[in-house]
Design a protein around this ligand. Structure first.
Ligand code: PLP
Length: 446
């Protein structure tokens, strides 16, 4: 009997989970997590043998779907030869992963500092920006998520920050553009762009440019709502950062590695940040990996001065082997191009058609395999179907109906995110959206 054979019993796994596993972001009492017994491509199976279409890519990271044979083989091959080696040594998988990442990051972001995930990538990017500039303050947007560790959660702009904000991180929040719920009362994208940039310039001026190390933003905010910035916004932020000597940190943890139909979402505006953070899609999340891609100028700061930071598992060989296989597969199979095509030809049109049939859909927005449905109780007032930071019986009914229809949806407050793997088949994408439509109709009629 293998060491893992006893773990295959779903009932036992569930009972042990409830007895000993402490789940994130949840009250522990009353939790009823789903047991996943098998997964393949865009599908997962629960303990009762039900097959569900995974429209979540888990937490938006299985960009190549589940159990991709090339990634599994790379992990197995690396495990058979060398499971682990500390960050200070050279490892072939790590070197190759860094080369591949640097070959796709924009501009001169050619140096990679590896982390275990997205939050620690943002923490390190901020530390690098602070040491490089000699300044401390960090500006970040409301309606953003940058991770669950202390500084990353302080920088976060959405309600997940509230219980843990210690108010002393040197973070100042500002409004990013969001036309549907415009904080600037704009009526056009161009107006929203102009006003959001004028607002940021004011915040910088009033906070004191000489105190601000970095502006941190998600190139396309993900869990906070997939708000596509108007064309020119990121270019304008870049110009403000240049004018005031501020580092621009692009958080591409969710939007990177093809999710938006480009290797990195910031490319939609043709911008090169000073630091770019990544995780999730870099290796489809098969083994935890994240990192910071660093510009030449910031790299130079640490050429003759030790960088004071590191992580035991930084650039873990198993994770890097998965990254090598993931990125090569993305190149060989034109996965990024496929994500762009899925967005413009399949997912976008199907979701827009859905919005014509369901009056709960207030807005459809997205690009590539990165879409959100903003659900509203009233299209005219745009009253959200669940409050900001909360849930509602209607949203719970939609999610329950999705599961019953065989669809695993990604939901946040009043939104459903459609974020399938980037290599999902056209028919599977349409099938999932049709299931979503049935679920919306059932919840609406209830
Ligand atoms: N940044 C963004 C944009 C994210 O979406 C996330 C996670 O969802 C993070 C950072 C945090 O990444 P991790 O959970 O790997 O620490």
């Amino acid at each position: 009997m293998s060491d893992l054979e006893s773990t295959q019993d779903p009932r036992r796994a569930y009972d042990l989970d409830r007895a000993h596993v402490f789940h994130s972001w949840s009250a522990q009492a009353g939790l009823d997590p789903m047991v996943i017994t098998k997964a393949e491509g865009p599908h997962i199976w629960d303990a009762d043998g039900n097959r569900l279409l995974d429209f979540t890519s888990q937490l938006v990271y299985t960009n190549l779907g589940h159990q991709h044979p090339r990634i599994v083989a790379a992990i197995q091959e690396q495990a058979a030869s060398l499971c682990t080696v500390a960050p200070g040594y050279v490892n072939g998988a790590r070197s190759e992963a860094a080369r591949l990442i640097a070959s796709h990051t924009p501009g001169d972001l050619d140096h990679v500092f590896f982390t275990n995930g997205g939050a620690d990538a943002n923490e390190h990017a901020i530390r690098m920006a602070r040491l490089h500039t000699g300044k401390h303050k960090v500006l970040s947007t409301y309606r953003s998520y940058h991770g669950g560790t202390q500084l990353a959660v302080n920088v976060t702009g959405d309600p997940r920050r509230w219980p843990s904000d210690n108010g002393s991180s040197g973070t100042v929040h500002f409004f990013g553009p969001f036309l549907y719920r415009s904080p600037f009362h704009s009526t056009t994208e161009a107006q929203e762009c102009e006003r959001a940039l004028a607002h940021l310039e004011q915040v910088i001026t009033l906070e004191g440019p000489g105190t601000i190390a970095a502006v941190v933003l998600e190139s396309i905010p993900g869990t906070a709502g997939i708000m596509i910035p108007p064309p020119g916004y990121l270019t304008g932020v870049r110009e403000l950062c240049d004018r005031f000597g501020i580092m621009l940190i692009a958080d591409e943890v969710m939007s990177g590695f093809g999710r938006s139909g480009r290797w990195f979402a910031i490319e939609h505006d043709g911008v090169t940040p000073d630091l770019l953070t990544f995780a999730k899609g870099v290796n489809s999340g098969y083994v935890p990996l994240g990192g910071v891609a660093i510009s030449d100028a910031i790299y130079e700061t640490f050429a003759h001065r030790a960088y004071p930071g590191g992580l035991t598992y930084s650039g873990h060989p198993l994770a890097c082997a998965a990254a090598v296989a993931t990125i090569r597969t993305m190149e060989d199979d034109a996965v990024v191009e496929n994500a762009a095509r899925l967005g413009s030809d399949v997912i976008g049109p199907a979701l827009r058609e859905l919005s014509e049939q369901h009056d709960w859909i207030g807005e459809v927005r997205g690009t590539g395999c990165f879409w959100a449905l903003e659900l509203v109780a009233d299209r005219d007032t745009r009253e959200p179907l669940a409050p900001y930071g909360g849930s509602s019986p209607q949203m719970a009914a939609v999610l329950k109906a999705c599961r019953e229809e065989g669809l695993l949806p990604f939901a946040n407050y009043n939104r459903i995110h459609v974020v399938p793997p980037l290599n999902i088949g056209d028919d599977e994408a349409r099938e999932g959206i049709a299931k979503l439509g049935v679920a919306l109709a059932r919840a609406r009629a209830a």
